[in-house]
Design a protein around this ligand. Structure first.
Ligand SMILES: Cc1cc2nc3c(=O)[nH]c(=O)nc-3n(C[C@H](O)[C@H](O)[C@H](O)COP(=O)(O)O)c2cc1C
Length: 477
């Protein structure tokens, strides 16, 4: 009979065998015998067919099971971190809502969360064991907390307690939840829930501002009655359906492939406001929907995205670092600070001019007739980045919002600004593009003009991100 010498196995196989053996409390030889025996008997196959869990294994090391369907199918993975608040019971429902949508869910419970719900309930609903302990001898053999942090498409913290917000903002890592949050490179969505006084406290405001600046997305909290008798205000966790909808919105647009992983992308979006006096400004009708959609699509494709946004009425995209500015000058400063990047997408409708002498006090009607406004030219953000001698992004993309002779103007802009591509669109009032949800664009490059079909701004964003990924991967620009 042939013999098998473990010493002669390749290193990777030896390592896996060592891990399995340690987890199962066997010698490597015994583990190899067990594997062979069970393979011969087809034990794994029968166990799976019967829906039984496999022998004790490192669940964090296993590939996530593929969900059966729903809008989040294609194996969208959510890591749900449950904090120690009354709203933890709602997170059990959130697990169900996410699973209904086809997501694969893994749960991490803080120690305090286990005062409110059990790991057994969370694990049973999620369909895989819940994780609670950073120093778990089984899962940490191969640094399970790092695997938990990475083997997911989105991390959701619900309820996000005041304490978890503070830990996240401070970069703590003294338990499994905070260690995973510090180790993850995936987008994070938090659903805060706490007493209204805790929510309003200066420390919580500071922590939240830090987290938002770090690109953490927030859903809720809502206003209403609190669990504490007689307390009402803002602090209730967003409902599971609301949280699931935000998750769906993000993961549903992710397209699955992380085609821009490891790339840095800067996107500008929205209008700029150029002050006349402290209360009046010059603006334009840009809603920011297209720029925000591009930032979201790039983040969903795995890019590290900085969105420099003028004043808009839109939520910050998930997984994106959003910097809010008012004027063209502020926008240029924020873009310069965000460089270097692999790609710059300049979708903002930056005011061409600003008032030369904005007043510090409100201009009064009786101050003497109609005020005369002098205008001066604003910095050209697109051209200044595209023409950078050093540190120019590999791909610089401008937008041309035109009302007539669209291609002609776009071609001229491509040459004048020195950028690589221009996304040209018709913003005449009849097109409904400004503020609307659909867009009909033409991509102008040195190779020619592509007319894209009318589609939603999200679809334009995804198509543009796919083109960007192809260009960075070496296909022609
Ligand atoms: C009954 C009860 C309810 C609580 N509810 C909340 C809450 O809703 N939000 C919160 O931030 N803290 C709440 N706390 C306090 C947290 O449990 C406490 O700060 C804990 O340390 C949080 O731990 P964690 O952030 O690791 O989950 C509550 C405490 C108790 C005893």
């Amino acid at each position: 009979m042939a013999s098998l010498t473990i010493r002669k196995l390749d290193d990777a196989l030896k390592q896996r065998l060592r891990l399995r053996a340690a987890q199962n409390g066997r010698s490597m030889e015994d583990e190899a015998r067990t594997i062979l025996r069970s393979a011969a008997a087809g034990a794994d196959v029968r166990a799976e067919a019967a829906g039984k869990p496999r022998a004790r294994r490192n669940a964090a090391a296993q590939p996530a099971p593929t969900p059966s369907g729903g809008p989040l199918a294609d194996a969208k993975r959510v890591l749900l971190i449950i904090g120690g608040g009354i709203a933890a019971y709602k997170s059990l429902d959130l697990v169900r809502r996410l699973k209904e949508r086809g997501a694969t869910v893994r749960c991490v419970l803080t120690r305090a969360a286990q005062e409110f719900i059990t790991p057994l309930a969370a694990g049973a609903l999620a369909g895989s064991r819940a994780f609670t302990d950073l120093f778990d001898a089984t899962t940490e053999l191969d640094v399970g907390h790092i695997r938990l942090a990475r083997e997911t498409d989105l991390v959701v913290v619900a309820p996000a307690t005041a304490d978890l917000l503070a830990k996240m903002a401070g970069g703590h890592a003294d338990d499994l939840a905070s260690a995973v949050l510090l180790a993850t490179d995936r987008p994070v969505l938090i659903a805060p829930a706490m007493n209204p006084h805790m929510w309003q406290h200066a420390a919580t405001r500071r922590n939240l501002a830090h987290l938002v600046a770090d690109g953490i997305a927030v859903v809720g909290p809502n206003a209403g009655e609190m669990a504490e008798a007689g307390e009402a205000g803002t602090g209730r966790m967003a409902e599971p359906l609301e949280i699931a909808a935000v998750v769906e919105q993000f993961l549903g647009t992710a397209g699955g492939e992380r085609t821009l992983a490891g790339k840095r992308v800067i996107v500008t979006s929205g209008p700029t406001h150029e002050p006349i006096d402290p209360v009046r400004y010059i603006a334009n009708r840009s809603s920011g929907k297209q720029g925000h959609a591009i930032a979201a699509a790039a983040a969903a494709a795995g890019a590290e995205v900085t969105l420099v946004s003028g004043p808009v009425n839109l939520p910050d995209p998930i997984g994106v670092k959003t910097i809010k500015v008012e004027t063209a000058q502020d926008m240029l400063a924020a873009v310069s600070k965000a460089l270097p990047a692999d790609v710059g997408v300049f979708a903002a409708a930056v005011a061409d001019w600003r008032v030369d002498k904005p007043t510090a006090r409100k201009i009064k009607k009786q101050d003497g007739g109609t005020p005369k406004l002098g205008l001066i030219e604003n910095p050209d953000i697109l051209a200044s980045v595209a023409r950078k001698a050093t540190g120019r992004p590999r791909l610089v993309i401008g937008f041309a919002a035109e009302t007539d002779r669209i291609i002609e103007h776009a071609r001229e802009k491509l040459a004048r600004k020195g950028c690589d591509w221009i996304v040209a669109n018709d913003v005449s009032p009849a097109s409904g593009v400004m503020g609307g949800d659909r867009n009909t664009v033409q991509l102008v490059t040195e190779h020619g003009v592509e007319s894209w079909p009318p589609q939603s701004k999200d679809e334009v964003a995804r198509a543009l991100v796919a083109r960007i990924a192809a260009a960075l991967a070496g296909a022609s620009r």
